[in-house]
Design a protein around this ligand. Structure first.
Ligand code: FAD
Ligand code: FO1
Length: 449
């Protein structure tokens, strides 16, 4: 009985599934439970009386990720491999270029089909299209990341959250549904040399792994439980106050796919927390997050000023030569050495914990626009710092959040001012009206050492 909704499924080549095992090439959704791509692979294997197995291809470096992110990911993968084996699904770890490794693995195992998960980012699209061409079997993509499948919910780049929201809400009753349980007995086959994997990495090890957040599917579910019990009730009031730990801290788990957004939404709905908080959280988790996938999927220039709306690009052209009262190079920004103590404290929070508070990320990015020579330099600097230090970096949410802050993507024109033109402005005095800035500086600022 097929549980996977066919609207999540997109064949990536013309080949029909053949005989031989069905391979789930896991990439974005690194979890055993609540994973539609895995579920689809197991259903297809059952229908063809063959077996399903999982392969993950570790690339030695990925979009500037450091040991901070790779450590979190590899620990989560190790746990995932164990859970899969306990449920009868062998796990194989490959190392190298997926465009070579996956077709070779298909040949070696005589695979009947490769199932892979959906990801709008350019490097991942290149991997999938190369594998779809080179693998001598059917290659099929399943959107296991979005509650409402990205390709299905809209066939174009949406203008803003308010244009995507009704499309998502209309389909939630069909897609925000319970998951089938993961069943099966132990299967000890599989092959994963974690030592060799760690040695193969070509990453900056100077940025240490974080210790305040434990990686993996079990820890993700514990973090969800803790959020629901302790923070969800006041999420509407607390989420934009950086001095209160009012956010869920689920973004690193969502980024690495160690927990399903659909699972989070089901559990939050069942919690019967105050309506305003539930509504505010699901807006972020489903509408905002899936708007980010929509933007990156339909706009391949998502990491460039080319993706900015026309009004923003015109506005930047008109203000390109506005004098900057302050300008900082990448090093000064990276070290949090500016004249603005709040900005420095936000940068230090990101560098030391791997997770800047969501409300400060907007202010942080906008100040980079104010203190660099151009929108182009600001965008590149923000992406570099965000993806180097944030545990949840290298994510559609990041490219979209930065494009919103600096380039007005999904936002509207505001009244004109120097340097910003019509881009929404945020000021230190404005932040002081919202929360106790001095308390945040005391906690994360220079003097906090
Ligand atoms: P919660 O408030 O608990 O939200 C729960 C989930 O909802 C988040 O995990 C996320 O999946 C989603 N969500 C919340 N806010 C947003 C948003 N504005 N856009 C899209 N999804 C959202 N998010 C990342 O995952 N990776 C990034 O690299 C990243 N960089 C950002 C850079 C800038 C400049 C801005 C303005 C935002 C960025 N965001 C990024 C979005 C948002 O700030 C984070 O997702 C959020 O702070 C993560 O913490 P949380 O899970 O505790 O959030
Ligand atoms: N995906 C892979 O399939 N293989 C990798 O080795 C890999 C490394 C990696 C490191 C840091 C990071 O933030 C993401 C990484 N990803 C990898 C991609 C990740 O699984 C996500 O799919 C995307 O980054 C988010 O869309």
């Amino acid at each position: 009985m097929n549980h996977t909704d066919p609207r999540r499924v997109t064949p990536l080549n013309e080949l029909e599934p053949g005989n031989g095992p069905i391979i789930y090439w896991m990439s974005r959704d690194q979890r055993a439970h609540d994973n539609w791509a895995l579920e689809y692979a197991r259903e297809l294997a059952q229908a063809r009386q063959t077996r399903a197995l999982v392969v993950f291809c570790l690339v030695p470096s990925f979009l500037g990720a450091t040991m901070r992110q790779y450590g979190f990911m590899l620990r989560g993968l190790k746990e995932c491999a164990r859970t899969l084996r306990e449920h009868g699904v062998p796990f194989y770890l490959l190392i190298g270029d997926p465009e070579e490794q996956i077709p070779a693995f298909v040949r070696e195992h005589g695979a009947g089909a490769v199932i892979t998960d959906f990801d709008p980012l350019k490097p991942k699209r290149a991997w999938r299209s190369a594998v779809a061409k080179k693998a001598q079997c059917a290659v099929i993509e399943v959107d296991a990341h979005n509650v409402v499948p990205c390709r299905f919910v809209s066939d174009k780049q949406e203008y803003a959250a308010y244009t995507l929201r009704p499309k998502i809400h209309a389909l939630l009753p069909e897609f925000l549904t319970p998951f089938p349980r993961l069943t099966g007995g132990t299967d000890a086959r599989g092959d994963a040399d974690w030592e060799r994997a760690a040695k193969s990495l070509d990453v900056d090890t100077s940025i240490a792994e974080v210790t305040w957040l434990k990686p993996g599917e079990a820890a993700a579910h514990a973090a969800l439980r803790r959020f629901i019990d302790e923070r969800l009730p006041r999420y509407a009031e607390d989420r934009n106050i950086p001095t209160i730990d009012g956010q869920s801290d689920l973004s690193p788990y969502l980024h690495f796919g160690q927990i399903s957004a659909q699972r989070i939404a089901l559990e939050v709905q069942a919690a019967h927390a105050p309506h305003e908080s539930t509504k505010a959280f699901l807006e972020e988790l489903i509408v905002r997050r899936e708007l980010a996938d929509n933007f990156c999927w339909y706009n391949t220039r998502y990491d460039s000023t080319d993706a900015f709306p026309e009004w923003a690009r015109k506005s930047f052209a008109a203000h390109a030569r506005d004098p900057r009262e302050y300008t900082y190079g990448r090093r000064a920004l990276e070290n949090g050495k500016t004249h603005d103590p709040l900005w420095n404290a936000a940068q230090r929070q990101m560098v030391t914990t791997g997770k800047m508070h969501g409300y400060l990320r907007m202010y942080w990015a906008k100040k980079i626009l104010e203190w660099t020579e151009s929108a182009d330099e600001a965008l590149k600097t923000a992406i570099y710092l965000n993806d180097r230090y944030e545990l949840d970096g290298r994510d559609p949410n990041g490219y979209t959040g930065i494009a919103w802050s600096i380039g007005g993507v999904h936002d509207r024109p505001w009244f004109t001012r120097p340097i910003f033109g019509q881009i929404r402005y945020m000021s230190l005095s404005g932040m002081r009206n919202k929360f106790d800035v001095d308390a945040f500086i005391a906690r994360y600022g220079d003097s906090a050492d």
